[in-house]
Design a protein around this ligand. Structure first.
Ligand code: ADP
Ligand code: GLC
Length: 497
C-alpha cells in the first residue's frame, strides 16, 4: 500500500498528545512492513525550535483560500531512524507566530486567565487540509490512501471527494479518517465556507453542518472508512453519553466504522534502552533496578527519598477528560495510606492551582511539574510503583501501555482503550497469572481510592502476586506491528487491493 498520513502533530516535530505519537509511529510501522508511507504536517515554529534537520524541497504549492491563492513552500525531513519522508507545509502567518506567550501552542495560546484557541484555527486548517491535496503530485509516489486524523484534517476526505475526484492522479485515491478524540470537533461559523472553495449547498445537516461548519463531522461523512483508536471507544461514541452529539451519525455509518487499538512505540518506550531513566532494566532485572529509578524520580520531583513509600505517578494533559479531579479529591486518602503522589502535566489553570496547593501543603510527599517534558514523562513511567489513569473517557490512551512495558501496573477506569488494554487484578485473574493492572468502573474518587488501596494490599502484603502482575504487564505486546497490520487490511478493503 502507498499511504499519505496527514496530521496536525507528529512526535519528534511537534506534539501536544497521543495523536503525535500515532502519526509518528504508524507510518514507520507501515514502512517496515514493506508499504510506502509519507507524512504531511504544518511547519510550526515549534518544529524549527526542536532542531530536527529540515531541508527545502523546491516544491511550492498553490493553495486556494477564498479568492486568493497562497503560494507555500514545502520542506522535508524524515521520521527519526527511518526513510519515511515528513513533508512540512510552510505558511508563517498561520504556523509560525512569534507570540512569546504562545509557548508550544499549536492550537492555543496563553492568556492571563488561561488558554484560548487561536481565533483563526478554522482558516489555518482549511489551508492545511487543502495543502495536503495539493501535495499529492509531489510525493514521489501515487498514494492509494490518504489517511487523515482528527478535526484538523477533517476536510481532507471532503476535498478528495468534492474537489479532486475527477482530477487525473486522484481518481483512485481512497480516504481513511481516524477519530482520536470526539470531544474536539473543530466547529466554526458558516462564513468559513467562503475560504474552502466548496459549494455552499454542502452546508446542511446531512453533510458539513453540525452546530456550525463541523470539520470532524465532515471527515466522518466523507471518508471511505472511519475508525477510532479502540474497539470499546468505537462502541461508546455511538451512544449519547460519549458521542458528543455525533452518536446519531456514527450509528448511521457504523458499516464503515471500526476500532483499532493504537500501538506502543517500543523504540522510544522501552526500559531496556531508555536514555531518560536512571537505570535501564528488563523483566529479569526490574526488581533490582526499578528502585534506582524510583529514587531518581523522588529526587527530580523533590519529594522525600523514601524507598518504602509507594509512588503513584500521573502523566497527562490536565483536562477534565483525564480524571484529574478524582486524583485531587482522593489525594489526601493516598497520602494517609503512606503514598507519594507525582504529577507531570500541563493544561487547565484550575488544575494547576489545585495541584500546586496540594504540593504546598505536602512538599515532602507530593511532587508536581506543570509543563511538558519528555524526559520526565519517561522518568515517571519508570520510577512510579503504580500509574494512575482514571479517565472519564479515553479513546485509546498510550500512557497505560507505556506503564505496562515499564512494569508499573496502571490503575485505570474501564473506558475506551483502557478497558481494552488492562486486565484487572481480580482474584481469578491473579490466580491465572493474567492480571496486568487495576481497573474500576464508577467515575468517583472513592472507587479510585479503593482500587489503589487494593493495589497497595498486594504491593505490601502479597508481594509475590504483585510481582507476577509486573512480569505479566511487561510481557504484553502492544507493538505497532499488530495495529499496522489491521490498518493495512482496512486500506486494502477500501481500495479493493
Ligand atoms: P492524550 O493523547 O489524550 O493526551 P495519550 O495517553 O494517548 O493521551 O497520549 C499522551 C502522550 O502525551 C503520551 O506520550 C504522554 O507521555 C505525553 N504527555 C502528556 N502530557 C505530557 C507532559 N506534561 N510532558 C510530557 N509528555 C506528556
Ligand atoms: C487522543 C486520545 C487518546 C489517544 C490519542 C492517540 O488524544 O485522547 O486516548 O491515545 O488520541 O490516538
Amino acid at each position: 500500500m502507498r499511504v499519505l498520513v496527514a496530521a496536525s502533530e507528529v512526535a519528534g516535530f511537534a506534539k501536544t498528545g497521543g495523536l503525535a505519537d500515532v502519526a509518528g509511529a504508524l507510518p514507520a510501522a507501515l514502512a517496515r512492513r514493506g508499504n510506502l508511507a509519507a507524512v504531511v504536517m504544518p511547519l510550526y515554529n515549534a518544529v524549527r525550535k526542536t532542531g530536527v534537520p529540515i531541508e527545502r524541497t523546491g516544491i511550492v504549492l498553490p493553495v486556494p483560500m477564498g479568492d486568493r491563492t497562497l503560494a507555500c513552500r514545502v520542506f522535508r525531513s524524515r521520521l527519526p531512524g527511518t526513510d519515511v519522508p515528513v513533508f512540512l507545509v510552510e505558511h508563517a502567518p498561520y504556523f509560525e507566530r512569534d507570540d512569546a506567550r504562545a509557548g508550544r501552542g499549536l492550537y492555543q495560546f496563553q492568556t492571563d486567565g488561561g488558554k484560548a484557541d487561536y481565533w483563526d484555527n478554522g482558516e489555518r486548517f482549511v489551508f492545511f487540509s487543502r495543502a495536503v491535496l495539493e501535495l499529492v503530485p509531489h510525493l514521489g509516489f501515487p498514494p492509494d490512501v490518504i489517511h487523515a486524523n482528527d478535526w484538523q484534517t477533517g476536510l481532507v476526505p471532503v476535498y478528495l471527494a468534492e474537489t479532486y475526484r475527477n482530477t487525473p492522479g486522484y481518481q483512485r485515491i481512497r480516504s481513511v479518517f481516524t477519530i482520536h478524540n470526539i470531544a474536539y470537533q473543530g466547529s466554526f461559523p458558516r462564513e468559513l465556507m467562503n475560504y474552502t472553495g466548496l459549494p455552499g449547498w454542502l452546508y446542511n445537516p446531512g453533510q458539513l453542518e453540525h452546530y456550525g461548519f463541523n470539520f470532524l463531522k465532515s471527515g466522518i461523512v466523507y471518508a471511505d472508512a472511519v475508525n477510532t483508536v479502540s474497539p470499546t471507544y468505537a462502541r461508546e461514541i455511538q451512544t449519547g453519553e460519549f458521542g458528543c452529539g455525533l452518536e446519531g451519525l456514527l450509528n448511521n455509518v457504523h458499516w464503515k466504522l471500526s476500532g483499532i487499538v493504537n500501538g506502543c512505540d517500543y523504540h522510544d518506550w522501552n526500559p531496556e534502552r531508555d536514555k531518560h531513566i536512571a537505570a535501564k532494566y528488563t523483566a529479569d532485572t526490574v526488581f533490582d533496578r526499578k528502585p534506582l529509578c524510583k529514587a531518581d524520580l523522588q529526587r527530580r520531583f523533590s519529594v522525600k527519598e523514601d524507598p518504602a513509600a509507594p509512588v503513584l505517578g500521573v502523566v497527562a494533559r490536565l483536562v477534565a477528560q483525564k480524571g484529574i479531579d478524582l486524583v485531587i479529591s482522593a489525594a489526601q486518602g493516598f497520602l494517609d495510606l503512606g503514598c507519594q503522589l507525582i504529577v507531570l502535566g500541563d493544561g487547565d489553570l484550575h488544575f494547576h492551582h489545585q495541584l500546586q496547593a496540594l504540593r504546598d501543603r505536602n512538599p515532602e510527599r507530593v511532587g508536581v511539574f506543570l509543563g511538558f517534558n519528555e524526559g520526565l514523562a519517561h522518568a515517571v513511567e519508570a520510577g512510579s510503583d503504580l500509574f494512575l489513569m482514571p479517565s472519564k473517557y479515553e479513546p485509546c490512551g498510550l500512557n497505560q501501555m507505556y506503564s505496562l512495558k515499564y512494569g508499573t501496573p496502571p490503575v485505570v477506569r474501564t473506558t475506551g482503550g483502557l478497558a481494552d488494554t488492562v486486565v484487572n487484578a481480580t482474584l481469578e485473574n491473579l490466580a491465572d497469572g493474567r492480571a496486568t493492572g487495576f481497573t474500576f468502573g464508577d467515575y468517583t474518587a472513592h472507587a479510585l481510592y479503593e482500587t489503589v488501596r487494593w493495589a497497595l494490599t498486594l504491593l505490601r502484603d502479597r508481594p509475590l502476586e504483585f510481582r507476577q502482575i509486573v512480569r505479566t504487564a511487561m510481557a504484553q505486546d502492544w507493538s505497532w506491528d499488530r495495529s499496522a497490520d489491521v490498518y493495512e487490511r482496512l486500506y486494502r478493503k477500501i481500495t479493493g487491493a
